[in-house]
Design a protein around this ligand. Structure first.
Ligand code: HEM
Length: 292
């Protein structure tokens, strides 16, 4: 079991690293560093030039992550969450051909956004598996009837925010290579993205208020909730600064990574509050011996 736990941690960390390298490919304009797929300039190894090396390192890491998730699915087949592990491996495997299609369609913005969003889905599933395997559901948390719809609604708004960010990227100055078509007016889509972020902040305040009304939260819930607050504040600062500074690549990269970490923490918080298996309350009143 301990080996399986380690495998879930390694999967989450490697997926995060893959998103970091994938984002480096886009923000440094290396998306067509290898204009063919799966070969690079017709060879099995890339030429020693900046963009080709960056793009090819993404492929190498992707292959390692695919192997890791295959091991996860194989080992996880004996565990209760076997379908979750299988979905992680299938989603990661699908990223290979999707990455290839993205190159073949010359980094069409819809393909680039789909590649990012599938990575976010796989990262979410890996995070859920990590929480399930490492932290069995605890009865320390009070779970009134409103908790489920409220948590699901808040996480769903978080997803709307992430998708709106990906739509901004379809129209931004960092398409992944020169001359790639842009879909919308950058000003218009950013206008909506920022408003969706503002509603997220207001929803976060309401969500925290409701969580503070719970009598029992355990220790992990406040930790995760404050991490969401910290990452949201950081993300808004990065978002505003990158906008004022005309989107320097390193701030755009930081914006993608902070969004990914924020989303992962939100998923971990949601799963901690709403575990798959039922948990009976730890402080259920025990029958009084006098009345028995
Ligand atoms: C908690 C708040 C926020 C979250 C979670 C968030 C999330 C995201 C995500 C996931 C992306 C897409 C990354 C990609 O496709 O690779 C994005 C892009 C973007 N965001 Fe945000 N964002 C937030 C706040 C803001 C704010 C306040 C601004 C201010 C203007 C902003 C401006 C942008 C811009 C300009 C892009 C496109 C960058 C590019 O790809 O070149 N964001 N955001």
């Amino acid at each position: 079991m301990r080996r399986y736990q380690t495998l879930t941690v390694v999967t989450v960390l490697m997926t995060l690293l893959l998103i970091a390298i994938g984002s480096t490919v886009r923000t440094t304009g290396s998306g067509l560093g290898c204009p063919d797929w799966p070969l690079c300039h017709g060879n099995a190894t890339p030429p020693l030039a900046g963009h080709a090396v960056i793009e090819f390192s993404n492929r190498i890491l992707a292959a390692l992550v695919i192997l890791t998730t295959l091991a996860l699915a194989y080992r996880g087949w004996r565990e209760p969450q076997k379908w979750l592990a299988f979905a992680i491996a299938a989603g990661t495997f699908a990223q290979g051909p999707l990455g290839g299609i993205t190159i073949m369609v010359d980094l069409h913005p819809v393909a680039v956004a789909s590649h990012f969003l599938l990575a976010i889905v796989v990262f979410s599933l890996s995070t859920i598996l990590l929480v399930d395997v490492r932290y069995p559901p605890t009865a320390e948390i009070e779970r009134p009837a409103w908790l489920r719809p409220v948590t699901l609604a808040f996480v769903a708004w978080g997803l709307v925010l992430i998708v709106s960010g990906a739509i901004v990227t379809t129209s931004s100055t960092h398409p992944g290579a020169d001359g790639v078509k842009r879909l919308y007016s950058l000003l218009d889509v950013t206008y909506w993205h920022v408003r969706i972020a503002a509603v997220f902040v207001a929803a976060l305040a309401v969500f925290l208020f409701l969580l503070s009304r719970l009598e029992q939260t355990g220790r992990r819930v406040p930790r995760l909730a404050w991490t969401v607050v910290g990452l949201t504040a950081l993300q808004i600062m990065i978002g505003e600064t990158q906008w004022r500074d005309q989107l320097p690549w390193y701030l755009v990269w930081a914006h993608v990574m902070t969004a990914t970490l924020l989303w992962g923490t939100l998923i971990a918080l949601g799963r901690t509050l709403l575990p798959a298996t039922a948990v009976s309350p730890s402080r259920a009143p025990s029958p009084s011996p006098a009345r028995a």
